[in-house]
Design a protein around this ligand. Structure first.
Ligand SMILES: [Zn+2]
Length: 300
């Protein structure tokens, strides 16, 4: 067990009876974990390569020091594979997280990573990241529309909206069950994606929802997406622009739709391109046009 290491040049050190030294990384982890989480805590995570010797040493030295159980649950993730092999610095088979975030967007990448169960090997695959993006876009659209309809939606609630509210309770139950089942994030994500699809297909026919239903359905997304996306939910998913910008975008969309009615499709497309340049997606259903903020990416 490495309780300590002889110090190398330019490293911080403490005096010991043997040499100038510093704590080894097993003891660093025990010390940090105890400082911030206490002598016993619930969950300790790490990569599969940490199981032995690192985590066994953490347990041995922590429990020897306190006489208490150190950790209740250990979560060991498997490695992300690149082209079928473990990422490796020495073979230059490596993608840095910061580059992947820059390229794909943080919430897209996060959904992709959580789409495989943490105990299963995950393949870094750009095609699968593109699939994750489609899901994230659908969630963004649903959440942002519900958020706007909760303010400017219809006053009365239609029958189907009551059914949707009932479904949201079912979906919430399924989401919790999936997460309680050893963090089955692929299933939990599927619950969110499926339910947002159900809501969107209704909105696309109706054009609008009632304020009350929107508020109630939004709660489902607030509660579940904050778990899946963390802070990114408010930053990238539930984006709400200020009213001046909202009115301006809606005016542009009305102009575009007017041009389309007159058969001036080229000019109409130009307006849509202008709006898209701002990171805002404009989509038409059979009778209505919807927009949502797609790429307001704070990391770019
Ligand atoms: Zn550790």
């Amino acid at each position: 067990m490495h309780y300590g290491k002889k110090t190398k040049e330019n490293e911080p050190y403490w005096f010991s009876p043997w040499h100038k030294g510093r704590p080894g990384w097993h003891i660093e982890c025990s010390a940090m974990a105890m400082k911030y989480l206490g002598e016993s805590f619930d969950i300790h995570a790490g990569g599969e390569d940490n199981i032995f010797p690192h985590h066994e040493n953490e347990i041995a030295q922590s429990e020897a020091a306190t006489g208490k159980p150190f950790v209740k649950y250990w979560l060991h993730t498997r490695h992300v594979l690149l082209k079928g092999e473990k990422m490796s610095k020495s073979y230059k088979r490596l993608i840095y997280l910061r580059d992947a975030i820059k390229k794909h967007g943080a919430s897209n990448l996060r959904l992709f990573l959580l789409s495989t169960h943490y105990r299963k090997q995950l393949m870094y695959d750009e095609e699968l990241i593109e699939e994750a993006k489609v899901h994230v876009d659908r969630i963004k659209k649903t959440v942002q529309l519900l958020n706007r309809f909760s303010i400017n939606g219809r006053d009365e609630m239609k029958e189907y909206e009551k059914q949707l509210i009932e479904s949201s309770k079912e979906a919430m139950k399924k989401f919790i069950e999936s997460m309680n089942d050893d963090f089955n994030t692929p299933l939990a994500i599927k619950v969110i994606v499926d339910f947002s699809r159900q809501i969107l297909s209704y909105i696309e026919q109706e054009g609008i929802l009632s304020k009350e239903a929107s508020r109630s359905l939004l709660e489902f997304f607030d509660n579940t997406c904050k778990i899946i996306f963390g802070d990114l939910y408010e930053k990238e998913i539930k984006v709400r622009l200020n009213d001046v910008i909202i009115n301006w975008i809606e005016k542009l969309i009305r102009e575009r739709n007017e041009l389309r009615k007159q058969g001036k499709f080229e000019e109409a497309d130009k307006i849509r391109e202008e709006i898209r340049k701002l990171g805002i997606e404009v989509e038409d259903s059979k009778n209505f046009t919807f927009w949502y903020v797609k790429n307001l990416n704070i990391y770019k």
